[in-house]
Design a protein around this ligand. Sequence first.
Ligand SMILES: Cc1ncc(COP(=O)(O)O)c(C=O)c1O
Length: 373
Amino acid sequence: MRLVPLVPSYIESLRPYEAGRTLESVRRQYGLERIAKLASNENPLGASPKAVEALRNALDGLNLYPDGGLRLRVVLAEEFEVKVENVIAGSGSEGIMSSIIRAFLCDEDEVLTTEAAFIGFQVLARSRGVKYRTVPYRDWHYDLPALAQAINANTKIVYLANPNNPTGTIFTRHQFDEFYRHVPERVLIILDEAYFEYAKDNPKYPDSMHYRYDNVITLRTFSKIYGLAGVRIGYGFAHQELIRNLLKVKLPFEPSTPAEAAGIAALADLEFLHRSLEVNARGLRFLTAGIEEIGLTVVPSQANFVMVVLPEAHDAERMFEELLAQGVVVRPLKAFGLPNCLRISTGTDEDNQLCVQALRRSHAANLGATRTS
Ligand SMILES: Cc1ncc(COP(=O)(O)O)c(C=O)c1O
């Protein structure tokens, strides 16, 4: 039976998410002892120990349905001095993005963002079958003036990730203020702050909790700095009318009870937060300087990864494979729309050293190959 007529063309044209290579498969293919997994912007220190303890304690109540995130919403409301009605919790920030797409988009609406935006958002928006429009980067930063100009009568959602994945760049408070002046109230701005904690001490960074505008929704996650990517827990803040409508379409039992408990405990784990920030800051400095020293182009980052820009797509493919063979797994960005770029997450000090060594070897081998060919 041919099922394709059952599937709308905008779903048919999507590609299922391809998870990165498992450590085990890389280890087996290349016979490696040590692997540095620097592909998914995860926390190289593991998970917050307080969250792990809370997860263990949550095992007692697994027979009961979750409370829809209410306990976590109460804690977040207190922590960020807003009302519970302004907070939502979900299965990762992508879970909340999925609810936003379902709650607010009609068939004729359009979504606007930058080129090569975070792949998770691209896929979710495209799966709704609405028009998806983009504006090119300017020097690997969001071009906010061009985005403001590109808003038309059908634009319903503007998606901005700050810091941005995959470039690692931020837009400043001043730039956002200027942009916001040009956005009609009927347009919903998603401010995706998955990497907020890494950038928040930069005085130019616009912490969106200071922008409690009616048409701005802030998304954050426990996946990155708290090391809980595998647990699926994220949260958002917005005007209570937006949250009220999001709660209508959210799966009633997300987040799971263990995920909610882990999130609550992680918020209180300041020791782990600080340690993670330190390791990341050191990693960013080391990777950026090391990559520049090799003579490759790297985009200065405010997050927990850097983007390397190579001359051509085949250079990126070759470098990806050569790093893999040396036990360093990075993220090729073809699926994002940047086939000549690689994204490298910060790891432990040892991972980062392994990575720079592998990059140096790969670059030297390719220079040699170019000279002799
Ligand atoms: C910009 C951005 N937003 C959201 C996410 C997903 O976060 P979560 O794990 O909370 O769904 C990521 C993960 O890589 C990301 O880079």
